[in-house]
Design a protein around this ligand. Sequence first.
Ligand SMILES: C[S@@+](CC[C@H](N)C(=O)[O-])C[C@H]1O[C@@H](n2cnc3c(N)ncnc32)[C@H](O)[C@@H]1O
Length: 383
Amino acid sequence: MIYKLIATATFGLESVVAQELKDLGYDNLIVENARVMFEGDEMDIALCNMWLRTADRVLIKMGEFRAETFEELFQGTKEIEWGEIIPENGKMHVVGKSVKSTLFSVPDCQSIVKKAVVESMKRTYKKDWFEEDGPTYKIEIALLKDIATLTIDTTGPGLHKRGYRGLSGEAPLKETLAAALVLLSRWNPSRTLADPLCGSGTIAIEAALIGKNMAPGLNRSFVSEEWSVIPPKVWSDIREDAKRRINTEDFRILASDIDSSVIKTARENAMKAGVYEYIAFQRLSVQEFSSKKKYGCIICNPPYGERIGEKEEVEKLYKSMGAVFSSLDSWSYFILTSHPDFQKLFKKRADKNRKLYNGRIMCYYYEYFGPLPKRRVEREENI
Ligand SMILES: C[S@@+](CC[C@H](N)C(=O)[O-])C[C@H]1O[C@@H](n2cnc3c(N)ncnc32)[C@H](O)[C@@H]1O
């Protein structure tokens, strides 16, 4: 069956998610705020859950219609053939949100949708009572400017839950955002990569997963693995294929931090992720960071100085980062921070900056592009 699918994304990352989908072979993408829409079958649901590094989740779009009254919401929801996906014993869990819409009471919308889904199921299964003791189907009613979008979640716990982060340092980055920072930097394993403020190691670990072409979902399960519409063989084929695709590339990523306790956490996380041997961890202050390598790449997420008492220290830190990074001849560097004066303190204007959200904190990703290694420049000029 062909489904309308939605890959949800954090604000600012839609184009990164769209590029990942293109690289996976999908076209006719519709990119909107916080989501990318595309079409696919059961195999595509498994594939996207397994491989998307920067999306939050993969949803099946069941219907979209205008709903300004509860009656319109009820009738529109009831018309949908929910039984095509939800089996007779499916557990129907309804969640909701409403933005700039006439129907603003989310609990009421949720219970209307639940009643209407059950009515549709009665039509399909010709019975009045459903036990709901089977697999879970999380239905979302999302109202935006009176347009109701109904979806079923295929992912379960968000895609950022790769399964390697038992432990985290202070203010860890979400794995999906860390992967996006790496993809945006255009780093590849032929270049040295360093995160000299690595905390729990998320950027280094995500970069190593990218470098090894390891599927981010390989060590976890997804809620739709329990569903009858996706045969178990689809999942086992996708998993086996993902294992075969891990490459033999060898590279070393440098991950350092001033705090030795977070380095210990980062090591444990890298071990769980299966990429420990590709990352060199070290306790080191960024002020001491140096390298003789050329064309390296720094990706980092320093403290933002948002907590009381931290501001002055962070401003000093940014000044010293500016001096250290600019002494690294031919390197590119990428810094994520919410600090409004970052460029002034760092004493260099970024080639490009991008608005991104780290949770609820609005940040900019400051991108400083150094020269590319010669062979790569020649190759790119020939394209
Ligand atoms: C926002 S956290 C990084 C979180 C990390 N991206 C993660 O996912 O866990 C900032 C890190 O910078 C480190 N740090 C602060 N000052 C430093 C310095 N002078 N040199 C090296 N690391 C420093 C802190 O110890 C902290 O782990």
